[in-house]
Design a protein around this ligand. Structure first.
Ligand SMILES: Cc1cc2nc3c(=O)[nH]c(=O)nc-3n(C[C@H](O)[C@H](O)[C@H](O)COP(=O)(O)OP(=O)(O)OC[C@H]3O[C@@H](n4cnc5c(N)ncnc54)[C@H](O)[C@@H]3O)c2cc1C
Length: 454
């Protein structure tokens, strides 16, 4: 008889979970464990914190239906996992790896401690489609150009689903989870994730055409599930099947997710340093009042303000809005991308270091294969193109909602009568634009150019 702990972390599902499958196949008894580590919990903003606590509760419910339970601990992960392993006399501790620096240092510390006391450790990769280190150039590094990564990634074989074995699931009472303080932003747990996937599969064939329209429900909304592992990304790819333009475009986005994780595993400093080092010398302005206006959705650019307000209120922002608002911070306000990265990461329900830092560096033009520095998104052109009638903006910026159609995107270009009819007083009920885009664009390009020369 052998007994194993399965230490759940970012893999809060029993479906296609390599650690869970290995443990339940190779051992007679398994003890499922989750540790609420305050170092991590305190970094999550209110939305992600609620989503996490509710997702752990959903996993506990699932285990209960199988006759077991989830043993919850709170506090330091290293102490908690080693203590539980000794207390319950397990032979092995099994978990799925993660790429962040903190996770790697923590896991190595647990691994060392367990090994010293004769407890074996088994580690797998389950939260990505292909594990880091498997998609490499001939020279042995992660391709720095996404299309090269994507080519190799698409050719790599997708593994079969990891099937669970028949181990007895132990039911051992642990500590209490932290209080949730509100409801989860989206229905938590694996079953809800599969419902989201099924609902998305009904509309996936329009994905390539509609994904950038923030007022349509055209994307999968699976990012938080992938963040918490309530669904396996391989299960998502298998379910997509077929090769319409919509399906191919969607799977390509999952390749971006793997790419950023692989890059991050190779360069954990991606969260702090420009991956094109010359851009670490950019003379950022990072004006505190402007950064505050951006964070609170008071820039006078309605499309930016709508995105930022949606983020603050719900923990969600559509990808196109993330691009527009991130570009506005970095290029129009010339504020350090790391300020935006920290702010997004705190508030997003899917906030995840590799994905968030990778995307911020892409927008800032400082990352590998990033948007060129002279590409500066025009918030007004973007708004007119992707929210032509202003319906998205109208939902989140109510004080200008009475402005007609697409005119909502540029209140400062409207005449006094039109503004008065809609009850808008610029500078009072809604701010004037805090920068002039054309001037700010020139300033950004000149500043980047100067950094590029250093
Ligand atoms: C500045 C900025 C910050 C971002 N921060 C995060 C973050 O912290 N966490 C996060 O998961 N995504 C982040 N993204 C990527 C993207 O915006 C979200 O993954 C996407 O909007 C989630 O919605 P969805 O699940 O409906 O995506 P879909 O369009 O349905 O895509 C399916 C999945 O593909 C992956 N994906 C899609 N776009 C990207 C992308 N650009 N980069 C990496 N993976 C992608 C996600 O896992 C997503 O769930 C960020 C993008 C930008 C521009």
């Amino acid at each position: 008889m052998t007994r194993a702990i399965v230490w759940f972390r970012r893999d809060l599902s029993l479906d296609d979970n390599l650690a869970w499958a290995t443990a339940t196949r190779d051992h007679t008894e398994v003890l499922p464990v989750y540790v609420f580590d305050y170092r991590l919990l305190d970094r999550a903003g209110p939305h992600r914190r609620r989503q996490l606590i509710a997702s752990v509760a959903a996993l506990a419910d699932e285990l209960r239906t199988l006759g077991g339970s989830l043993t919850v601990a709170t506090g330091d992960s290293i102490e908690s996992v080693t203590r539980l392993a000794h207390e319950h006399r397990v032979d092995t501790v099994v978990w799925n790896n993660d790429v962040t620096r903190l996770a790697q240092a923590r896991d190595d510390a647990v691994h060392r401690r367990l090994s010293h006391s004769g407890i074996s450790v088994e580690r797998s990769w389950s939260t990505l489609i292909h594990p880091p280190g498997t998609i490499l150039t001939a020279a042995g590094g992660v391709p720095r150009v996404f299309s090269r990564f994507h080519e190799r990634w698409s050719a790599a074989r997708l593994t079969e689903p990891a099937r669970a074995g028949h181990a007895r699931i132990l039911a051992i009472k642990g500590g209490s989870p932290p209080s949730i303080d509100g409801t989860a932003p989206i229905a938590p747990g694996s079953e809800a994730a599969f419902h989201r996937l099924d609902a998305f599969l009904e509309r996936i064939d329009a994905y390539d055409v509609e994904r950038d329209l923030p007022d349509r429900d055209a994307t999968s909304h699976l990012s938080a599930d992938l963040r918490f592992g309530t669904i396996s990304p391989r299960a998502v790819v298998r379910a997509v099947a077929g090769s319409t333009p919509g399906r191919e475009a969607f799977v390509r986005q999952l390749a971006w997710r793997d790419w950023y994780a692989h890059l991050f595993a190779e360069h954990p400093d991606l969260v702090d340093h420009a991956q094109q080092p010359q851009y670490d010398t950019i003379a950022w302005r990072s004006n505190p009042a402007e950064v505050q206006a951006w964070k609170h959705g008071r820039t006078g650019y309605p499309i930016v303000d709508a995105g930022m307000r949606e983020l603050a209120a719900t923990g969600w922002m559509p990808n196109r809005l993330r691009l527009i608002s991130a570009s506005f911070l970095v290029k129009d306000l010339l504020a350090d991308w790391r300020i935006g990265e920290r702010h997004f990461r705190h508030l997003l329900i899917d906030g995840d270091i590799p994905q968030n830092a990778g995307n911020w560096q892409w927008v800032a033009g400082t990352g590998p294969d990033a948007a060129p520095y002279f590409r500066v998104l025009n918030p007004l052109t973007q708004a007119r193109r992707f929210d032509p009638n202003g319906d998205y903006v109208r939902r989140f910026v109510p004080e200008i909602a009475a402005l007609h159609g697409g005119s909502i995107h540029a209140p400062s270009e409207l005449g006094p009568l039109e503004l008065a009819r809609a009850g808008v007083i610029l500078g009072e009920t809604y701010p004037h634009p805090i920068v002039d885009h054309a001037t700010a664009r020139e300033r950004a390009i000149a500043t980047y150019r100067a950094a590029k020369k250093t």
